[in-house]
Structure formats: C-alpha cells, structure tokens
Design a binder for this molecule. Structure first.
Ligand SMILES: NC(=O)c1ccc[n+]([C@@H]2O[C@H](COP(=O)([O-])OP(=O)(O)OC[C@H]3O[C@@H](n4cnc5c(N)ncnc54)[C@H](OP(=O)(O)O)[C@@H]3O)[C@@H](O)[C@H]2O)c1
Length: 385
C-alpha cells in the first residue's frame, strides 16, 4: 500500500483524486490533506480517509479542528507553511499537487525536495518556476507525473520515445464556451457564460482560463519544462470533442496520440498508479458513436492571451511570472464581477507591457516579480473603476 498526501484536497482535482483512491480500494492510504477555507468538506474527508496530518489556510480554523479532533492522532497545521508540512510529511510516497495558482508553488517545491513521486496538477508552479523545478528534480531525484490531461497524453506518447526524435507536439484544447462566438457576442459574455465549460467540470480559475485560452498558453509553457521540448516544436489545435488529449509527431512522420474519455479521473489515476494501469470502471470510448473528431487552428486574434503566452514561452526570464501573476489577479477580478470578460486579456497585456523584463535566478526573484506584478495589476484594475 502506498501513502498519499493531497495538496488542494477540497478542490476539483483533490476531490477526483480521493474518488480514484476510494475506488482503488486498499491500493493507497491517504496520510495527508491540505485545504484552503472549505472546512466542511475537509472535515468529511478526515472522517472518511483518516489522514495523519491536515492543513488549513487560517490559524483560527486550524485551532477549531484541533479541538474537534483532539481524541485522534491527527496533526493539524495551517497557512502556507502548513501545506509545506503536509507536502514533506515523511510517510508520503506520492504527493498530489493541486492547489490553484502561485500559492501552490512553495508546497510543490517542498514535495519535490523530498525526492518522491509528485502527481502535478498545479501548472502555475511550472509556469513561474520551470527552470528552478527542473534543477530541483535533477538534484532530489523526484519524479513528476503530469495530471493535466494534455501533459498526461504527451507523457504516455513519449513513454518509449526519445525527445530528440520528436518533430512537434500538439496540445489540444476544447476551445471553451466561446470557440464559435462572434466578436459581438464576445462583448456580452457574463460570468455565468464563462463558467459554463462545454466539456470539463473544473475549479473556477481554470474554467475561466479555458474560456480565454490562457489555460492552453500556460500549458504550452508547462509542456516545455516538463518534457524539455523547444518552444518552436509546441503547437495547439482546437479539438471540440476533447477525446484526443495530445499528439506527438516523430521525425519519421508517425503521429502518436492519446485518446481517453473526457474525465480527469483517467489522468489522475494514471499518475497515481504509474507505471501500472488499473481498471477505471469508466465506459470504453465508443468512436463509432462519436463518429467525428474535428481539429481547428486557434484564433489568436479572438483569444490574444494564447499569443501572449507563446511570446512569454519564447522570451522567458520574468515574462512567464508576470503573465501568470497578472492573469491570476485579472481572473479573480472577473470572478468578483469587477471587470468584464474581455478586460482580462486587456489588463494582462497592459501588465506585461508595463513590466520591464529581467532575469530571475532564484525563488526570491520569482516572488519579487510576482508581488510587483500583482500590485501593478490591482492598480490597473482600480484605475479603470
Ligand atoms: N480541475 C481540473 O480539471 C484541472 C485540470 C488540469 C489542471 N488543473 C490544475 O489543478 C490545479 C487545481 O485546480 P482545481 O480545478 O482543482 O481548482 P479548485 O477546484 O479551485 O481547487 C483548488 C484547491 O486549492 C485549495 N487552495 C487554494 N488556495 C489555497 C491556499 N492558499 N492554501 C491552501 N490551499 C489552497 C482550495 O482549497 P479550498 O477550496 O478549501 O479553499 C482547493 O482545495 C490548478 O492549478 C489547475 O490549473 C485542474
């Protein structure tokens, strides 16, 4: 039996991970859970999975949990340091990294330091700190198995291949809810429209990123660092059916593809059980029922954040950190209906324009650029109102 800790256990990936673990009866034991503010759900997860260590965001909530669970041998901790403690808990064999945004970076690094297996969903960490993570993996011997469906697909296609034999890698995107919308319709998008993803049920931040196609931009950067593929070989195609998750073209013209039902439990289970494969109990893909698989070029004029992310990938240095931080602030403002849907791209582009690019050497540099960008983006938003 392998021991698992889940960072972001109350979120969409966290809950799906626990469902997978529950189904795979007795293969895994949950030893650690790190959540944010959803105390009700964390309480239920503690009752069901009986972890040894849990972490919450706020001190007061952690104190209440200590009182509530005082008869159990449960260590309750809090804040970013608490999530790091869960990540580096000595009994862990596998850590699922699924906290949203840059808040997941330090806990992810703490898990990587231990040299164990990390099922990585938190793409923002890779975007902001790809080079640092790559160095840490080399040093600690940690193994990253991607959870993102596209990266899980690439990982599977590359399992028996050498990266220098790869001609190009194509990440697919569903296109989100506005793939077929006209420019005029795009101006009238509401929060509910943007949260209504046609294929995937996910947390709010990644759902909005999918609607702006920033998610695919972040994934291009993630793929570069995960697989050591040069930017010019990374491409995106819109594939509304979301059945083919990625394609890898080899030098000889062969194209490998990974197909699976549109359910995050597939890549999550693969990451947890790798290199083995267990029965997922999902219905088999019925291609004769699906009939057609379509592919389209993305419209980067309509979705400018994809173009901006590619530029960040190519230019590197502080650009990806700025892109990510500005996007987190702009998406959060959109979720609070402070700005409109199209304002997200406008604000992120302005933040990038305003930021003088610079080299980043270490974690302090990364957080310093991140903090500056967040403040500058908040100012940009305030100045509009
Ligand atoms: N959902 C998907 O299908 C999917 C697919 C591929 C990749 N991803 C990536 O996976 C990550 C998680 O996505 P999600 O959709 O699961 O997001 P989500 O539903 O919003 O869940 C986020 C989780 O992180 C926790 N959290 C947030 N801020 C925290 C903090 N400061 N400290 C501790 N915990 C914190 C939340 O806790 P509370 O809810 O308790 O506050 C929740 O457990 C993202 O990076 C996303 O891009 C998601």
């Amino acid at each position: 039996m392998e021991n698992i800790a889940i960072l972001g256990s109350t979120g969409s990936i966290g809950q799906s991970s626990l469902e997978v673990i529950d189904k795979l009866n007795n293969r895994f034991r949950v030893v650690g859970l790190a959540a944010g503010r959803n105390t009700q759900m964390l309480e239920k997860q503690i009752e069901k999975f009986k972890p040894k260590i849990v972490s919450l965001k706020k001190k007061e909530e952690a104190e209440e949990f200590r009182r509530k669970f005082k008869d159990r041998s449960l260590h309750v901790t809090f804040s970013e340091k608490g999530a790091e403690e869960v990540a580096e808990f000595e009994e862990n064999d596998i850590v699922v990294s699924a906290i949203t945004g840059i808040d997941g970076l330090r806990p992810t690094l703490a898990a990587l330091e231990t040299g164990k297996k990390i099922a990585l969903a938190n793409k923002e960490s890779m975007v902001a700190a790809g080079s640092l993570i790559q160095n840490l993996v080399e040093k600690s011997g940690a193994q990253i198995i991607p959870v993102d469906s596209e990266h899980s697909g690439i990982f599977q296609c590359l399992a028996k291949e050498r990266v220098d034999n790869v001609k190009r890698v194509i990440l697919t995107a569903s296109g989100g809810p506005f793939f077929r919308s006209s420019s005029q319709e795009m101006e009238e998008i509401t929060l509910d429209d943007a949260l209504n993803h046609p294929r995937w049920k996910m947390g709010k931040k990644v759902t909005i990123d999918s609607a702006t196609l920033m998610n695919k931009g972040l994934e291009l950067i993630e793929a570069h660092w995960l697989f050591n593929i040069e930017p010019a070989k990374l491409e995106v195609l819109i594939h509304p059916q979301s059945i083919v998750h990625s394609l890898v073209e080899m030098n000889d013209g062969s194209v490998l593809a990974q197909l699976s039902p549109t359910d995050m439990k597939v890549p999550i289970q693969y990451a947890l059980t790798y290199p083995e494969r267990e029965d997922s109990s999902l219905p088999s893909l019925d291609l004769s029922q699906i009939k057609s698989l379509e592919f389209f070029e993305p419209d980067v004029e309509k979705f400018p954040l994809l173009k901006l992310a590619r530029q960040a990938l190519e230019e590197g240095a502080s650009f990806p950190i700025v892109l990510n931080a500005a996007n987190e602030i702009a998406v959060s403002a959109f979720l609070q209906t402070e700005i409109g849907f199209l304002d997200i791209a406008e604000i992120v582009s302005k933040a990038v324009e305003n930021h003088p690019q610079r080299e980043v050497q270490n974690l302090e540099d990364i957080f310093s650029v991140d903090r500056e960008t967040r403040q500058m983006t908040r100012n940009l938003i305030e100045r509009r109102s």
